[in-house]
Design a protein. Structure first.
Length: 291
């Protein structure tokens, strides 16, 4: 088994962004010998249950997480290492969704810092800009010892330049870099389907997508040796905390939704479960067991 864990993975529950079901991603990760896989759909935990069932069958560790595109213009992935962190993550998702019309959400860096006190964070900046340096300083200062800078290896035309810029940013801010695949599909053969989803998202044809489509099919689950940034010079390599193995990040996460995270509620036998659930929902938070 590899000691690599994929920490950034979107399923089809990230509407028109992911092209594979959660169980397909989990099964593929187990086939590749991954130690763990995180399902991190955009502002959603909708795929976690199916991923959990598949993870138990495949014998692989599942990490619960979610991706957010913040108002500041960059993405952050939040991973839940405990039930308390899971509750924080669920609360932020609900808050961000309730601020916006259906199908949208609104979240800021302030929300992440003040709502996610226990989650592990992977910061995904686009480059080493002055603005990103300012945001990174806030994350490094306020989320000390639980924030990483995610770097992917997607074989783009400017791959070396992009990686060097991100690693320079990580070194300057003293934020450890971590390997992420930015996964959108479980295998490369789903790339045509992903192109269709992207065209639907932009309300255009595939032929007219241009640079809006993925540049290649590398954003699928790959073997660990293909994810490592082989073009990275030794100067950066020695500072790369996880070129293939993600050390402390995934190991801090609890195993696949432990039973202690859940609270079993039994509906009275006198009424049907649907009627009881409707009444309990109407009663509000007081109807639910407390942690």
């Amino acid at each position: 088994m590899s000691i690599y864990a994929e920490l950034h993975c979107l399923s089809c529950y990230s509407f028109l962004r992911g092209a594979s079901h959660p169980h397909e991603l989990v099964a593929r990760a187990a086939q590749l010998g991954y130690a763990a896989i995180a399902i991190t759909d955009e502002c959603s935990l909708a795929g976690i249950v199916k991923a959990h069932v598949a993870a138990k069958e495949a014998g692989i560790q599942l990490i619960v997480g979610s991706e957010f595109r913040l108002e500041e213009g960059f993405r952050v992935v939040a991973l839940a290492p405990s039930r308390a962190a899971y509750a924080e993550l669920s609360g932020l998702i609900s808050t961000a969704r309730r601020r916006s019309p259906k199908g949208e959400y609104q979240a800021s860096l302030r929300d992440v810092i003040f709502h996610l006190k226990r989650c592990l964070l992977i910061w995904l900046p686009e480059g080493n800009t002055t603005e990103n340096q300012a945001w990174g300083k806030q994350l490094a200062r306020l989320c000390r010892d639980r924030v990483w800078l995610g770097v992917s290896h997607l074989l783009g035309n400017n791959e070396a330049v992009r990686q060097h810029a991100l690693l320079d940013l990580a070194l300057a801010l003293k934020i450890p870099p971590v390997a992420c695949g930015d996964v959108r599909m479980h295998e490369a053969a789903r790339k045509p389907l992903h192109d269709v989803f992207t065209a639907l998202h932009h309300n255009t044809s595939i032929a007219q997508l241009g640079m809006r489509r993925l540049g290649n099919s590398q954003q699928h689950l790959r073997s660990a040796n293909k994810i490592a940034p082989s073009t990275t010079p030794n100067y950066y390599w020695k500072h790369w905390r996880s070129p293939v193995a993600v050390s402390s990040a995934w190991k801090s996460c609890a195993t696949s939704i432990p039973k202690r995270w859940c609270r079993k509620v039994t509906a009275p036998t006198a009424i049907c479960a649907r009627s009881w659930l409707r009444a309990a929902s109407s009663a509000g938070p007081a109807a639910y067991p407390q942690p």
